[in-house]
Design a protein around this ligand. Structure first.
Ligand code: HEM
Length: 487
């Protein structure tokens, strides 16, 4: 039935609304009647406007664009969107802060999320990274505890510097990311003026079945720009949505936001001999050992029409990989493969992948049916089981690429990362690489934050970590706090 060309106000059932100003009452003055279903529907729908915000990365902004392949990668991966110079793949990127709520300030000292959904010709590929090449932890089992310490105290409902540093001082593997977080890179000026990273090690597999390990880097064409601590604090009050509006206004004025994309490639056989575990996400691979190889450009050029539909309901999952791309045994990545689709089913609903922002460009053929808010044809009259003789879709063995997992074997046990390196070398190297001004910002930012900690033992424990990374680094923070530090 064709929709009538009508522009009057209706209920969600299409019933004309005769009045949107006065609710139905018995007399004047008089009580409101429950049979005013226009009023009841309006109030009831309003009460249900919010879905749960993301448990982390709740505040964010997103835009549409494309990925352009400038260097063919078929030698390393058969992923179609990485084969054929000049190929353009539509994408959607959501940037975010991590710890704050949906209404929190964009300028907070925090990592920034850098989540990309590539709508490829072989299904959606999600690369859900940050603006930092490393992370605080290297085992998924620690993540909920860590996040609890970055959120609000269960009694005061305020941020809790004691919990924050208590956990971190007992988790030396976090030191590398902590050093980045308290440098100027912890307060990027906008989402356009920061780099992005896939952070984890992933696998690429070419058409011959040969695999390599890979890390992704996205370098902003606009150049890195950061707030100082004072500027970030000011902006949190003066314009908490500064980065959100910067991205929107930049694109709305007809400009593009651009990142140049690179990868580091490690031959599979190098992994077991490298000087540290290359799957440990608290560490970077040396660019001297594995130089950056250019692959293409990320371009953002279109704003969402509707924030809720496109940004809030967007569901990114490291789980979504396309043929030619594989996982690595990084224990954080392995945990994330479960965590994200689980979060989406809870936050958005079972059929979240049918929503326009999450739907792939390619047809979806399977036997999953029903569930709350199944709003498409639900498979119509076609068979809802397999195997069948009714011509339904069948699995495609030509896409099997699991052979590469067979390189792993051993006892089922709670293995810890084998520490062939330590947690202090790379943070120390990072400190030593910084300019005098950057070092001063870093030290001052740490002194400022640590001075809010009430428990002196916590501070002393954390000071030892900084000192082990670099004695000058530790000493300067201790001096700033009026404390002594011993190795
Ligand atoms: C969002 C879990 C580590 C980047 C989320 C969400 C969960 C989560 C549950 C909310 C998803 C949603 O409601 O849509 C975890 C767990 C981790 C982990 C369990 C460790 C085991 C990481 C790491 C990175 C990262 C290492 C980056 C390298 C992100 C980003 C988002 C996010 C960018 C926001 C995605 C968006 O814009 O919608 N994470 N996370 N997470 N996480 Fe993680």
């Amino acid at each position: 039935m064709a929709e009538k060309d009508q522009h009057y106000l209706t209920t969600d059932s299409g019933i004309p609304a005769p009045d949107n100003t006065n609710s139905l009452t018995v007399g004047y003055p008089g009580p409101t009647l429950l049979e005013d279903f226009h009023l009841v529907e309006k109030l009831a729908h309003f009460n249900r406007e919010r879905i749960p915000e993301r448990i982390v990365h709740a505040k964010g902004a997103g835009a549409h664009g494309y990925f352009e392949l400038t260097h063919d990668q078929s030698a390393y991966t058969k992923a179609a969107f990485l084969n054929g110079v000049g190929k353009k793949t539509p994408l959607f990127i959501r940037f975010s802060t991590v710890g704050g709520e949906k209404g929190s300030a964009d300028s907070a000292r925090d990592p920034r999320g850098f989540a990309i959904k590539f709508y490829t010709e072989e299904g959606n590929y999600d690369l859900v990274g940050n603006n930092t090449p490393v992370f605080f932890l290297r085992d998924a089992i620690k993540f909920p505890d860590f996040i609890h310490t970055q959120k609000r105290n269960p009694q005061t409902n305020a941020k809790d510097p004691d919990a924050f540093w208590d956990f971190l001082s007992l988790t030396p593997e976090a030191l590398h990311q902590v050093t980045i977080l308290f440098s100027s890179r912890g307060t990027p000026k906008t989402y356009r003026h920061m780099d992005g990273f896939g952070s984890h090690t992933f696998k690429w597999i070419n058409a011959e079945g040969k695999a390599v390990w890979v890390k992704y880097h996205f370098k902003t064409a606009a150049g890195i720009e950061n707030w100082t601590n004072e500027e970030a604090t000011y902006m949190a009050g003066a314009n908490p949505d500064f980065a959100t509006l910067d991205l929107f206004n930049h694109i709305e004025s007809g400009n593009e936001a651009v990142w140049n994309a690179f990868v580091q490639i490690m031959p599979i056989e190098d992994a077991s001999n490298y000087r540290f575990d290359p799957f440990d996400v608290t560490k970077v691979w040396s660019h001297k050992d594995y130089p950056l190889i250019p692959i293409g450009r990320l371009v953002l050029n279109r704003n969402p029409e509707n924030y809720f539909a496109e940004v809030e309901q967007a569901a990114f999952a490291p789980t979504n990989i396309v043929p030619g791309i594989g996982f690595s045994p990084d224990k954080m990545l392995q945990g994330r493969i479960f965590a994200y689709p689980d979060a989406h089913r809870y936050r958005v609903g079972t059929n979240y992948e049918h929503l326009p922002i999450n739907r792939p460009l390619v047809p979806v053929n399977n036997y999953r049916r029903d569930g709350a808010m199944r709003f498409d044809g639900n498979g119509g009259a076609s068979s809802n089981y397999e195997p069948n003789t009714t011509g339904g879709p069948k699995a495609a063995p030509e896409f099997y690429q699991g052979d590469h997992q067979d390189t792993f074997s051993g006892t089922a046990s709670r293995h810890s990362y084998e520490l062939t390196d330590n947690d202090f070398q790379q943070p120390g190297d990072l400190y030593r690489l910084m300019s005098a001004e950057e070092k001063t910002h870093l030290v001052n930012n740490l002194v400022g934050h640590l001075s809010n900690v009430k428990n002196k033992a916590t501070v002393e424990r954390q000071l030892k970590h900084f000192y082990r990374a670099d004695s000058e680094f530790g000493q300067r923070i201790a001096t700033g706090l009026g404390l002594e530090v011993t190795a």
